[in-house]
Design a protein around this ligand. Structure first.
Ligand SMILES: NC(=O)c1ccc[n+]([C@@H]2O[C@H](COP(=O)([O-])OP(=O)(O)OC[C@H]3O[C@@H](n4cnc5c(N)ncnc54)[C@H](OP(=O)(O)O)[C@@H]3O)[C@@H](O)[C@H]2O)c1
Length: 369
């Protein structure tokens, strides 16, 4: 196939990540004039902007033009029809967390549309969807990349793929995969706190994290461990384990059972102090052994064990010494021996997440132009 001189970009989702992606796309289109990157479609859940003749939308004015648009978003089948008829290759950039959009990847790929996304839903849902996505990609040749679905812009997925594809044997993957839970435990049980603990009461730390904007609007969406379980599902599958779903392995929830049914996030936070003693006990048990407690995910490839929950670490362990809301991911492999390959840094934030999406776009471009 001749290299493409023009590539159409369709952006679904223009929130925190989508906005940053658009500014990175604008820079990229200026810095890299060939192929021409033409924005052909942009949508949120309520509005869309596109032209029947694929006339490019000015990237620098796309958000204001979208805000004043009266066009409705196209449902995935109609969007696939519209984009598949475009006179040049198309990359769909899904910057939503929508299951409906994720479910359409096999359709997009079958129709020859490339997909790049930070959306975890497609890769951590049912194993059938995972298989459909990669079967559709293999059949049509359309590419699919999702670097930012784990660790935001950190090169976690590309590194794991490189390890596997170059024939290394990944034996164990372990890490802190949630910026929110990283922040909470680094504050609640600091490694530098000596034997005296340090850190405030658990409920005070959760309230502080929410005030600083580190948690979801309802902190239970972080504390239930599901987001970490989704990321572990993705990595386990890439490491060769046929994990059926994020519900198919043990995931420890940090929500006290009595507060699971609290009517709102605010009510949950108001009642959380009643359960501070439980977390204090867990922290003290670790401290008595000279350790600290952290919320981690781990995959033991040989025994096919995946688990998410609290674990104790020596204060000198890289996981214990993590700072702020950083993520850390350690790959233990045959080649790396007892010293794992470690990736560490910001695992959330619009700019770094969009960087992973933009670098995925570059990977697609390098293969089609
Ligand atoms: N933010 C981070 O630090 C981070 C890190 C790693 C991965 N991610 C992932 O990146 C993705 C985007 O995150 P975000 O923080 O940018 O979320 P966000 O601020 O909530 O933005 C989501 C955007 O998607 C749109 N949207 C939702 N459903 C849609 C649909 N069915 N069709 C079209 N548009 C739809 C929303 O439109 P409305 O405004 O109209 O609802 C909004 O523009 C998520 O999958 C998230 O898990 C984010």
């Amino acid at each position: 196939m001749a290299p493409a001189s023009q590539v159409f970009i369709a952006v679904i989702g223009a929130g925190g990540v989508g906005k940053c992606f658009l500014s990175q796309l604008e820079l990229l289109s200026k810095r890299r004039p060939t192929p021409t990157l033409a924005l052909a479609y942009i949508a949120t859940s309520k509005k869309a902007l596109y032209s029947g003749d694929y006339a490019p939308i000015a990237i620098d004015h796309a958000l204001s033009a979208l805000a004043s648009s009266t066009q409705q978003p196209l449902a995935p089948p109609q969007l696939a029809d519209f984009l598949a008829a475009a006179p040049a290759p198309v990359v769909v950039v899904d910057n939503t967390s929508s299951q409906e959009v994720a479910d359409a990847y096999p359709l997009f790929l079958r129709r020859g549309l490339h997909v790049v996304t930070p959306n975890k839903k497609a890769f951590s849902g049912s194993y059938a969807l995972w298989r459909d996505i990669f079967a559709a990609s293999a059949a049509s040749g359309a590419k699919v990349y999702h670097e930012s679905s784990v660790g935001a812009g950190l090169p976690v997925i590309s590194t794991l793929k490189d390890l596997v594809e170059t024939g290394d044997e990944v034996t164990r993957i372990e890490g802190v995969f949630s910026g929110t839970l990283s922040f909470l435990f680094n504050s609640f049980a600091p490694a530098a706190g000596g034997g005296g603990g340090g850190g405030s009461k658990w409920s005070a730390e959760v309230t502080k994290a929410k005030e600083l904007g580190y948690t979801e609007p309802d902190p239970r969406d972080d504390l239930n461990g599901l987001d970490v379980a989704r990321k572990l599902t993705i990595l386990a599958r890439l490491a060769g384990l046929a994990v059926e779903s994020p519900a198919s392995f043990p995931v420890q929830s940090l929500i006290p059972r009595e507060l699971e049914s609290a009517a709102s996030g605010d009510e949950f936070l108001r009642r959380l102090p009643e359960f501070d003693a439980q977390m204090e006990e867990i922290k003290a048990a670790a401290e008595a052994k000279g350790k600290v407690v952290r919320f981690v995910g781990s995959i033991d490839v040989a025994t096919k064990q995946v688990r998410v929950g609290l674990e104790e670490f020596d204060r000198s362990h890289p996981i214990a010494a993590l700072q702020g809301s950083d993520n850390i991911i350690s790959f233990y492999t045959k080649r790396y021996g007892s010293h794992p390959l470690i990736i560490q840094g910001a695992g959330a934030g619009g700019e770094v997440t969009a960087m992973g999406v933009t670098s995925d776009l570059l990977k697609v471009l390098s293969q089609i132009s």
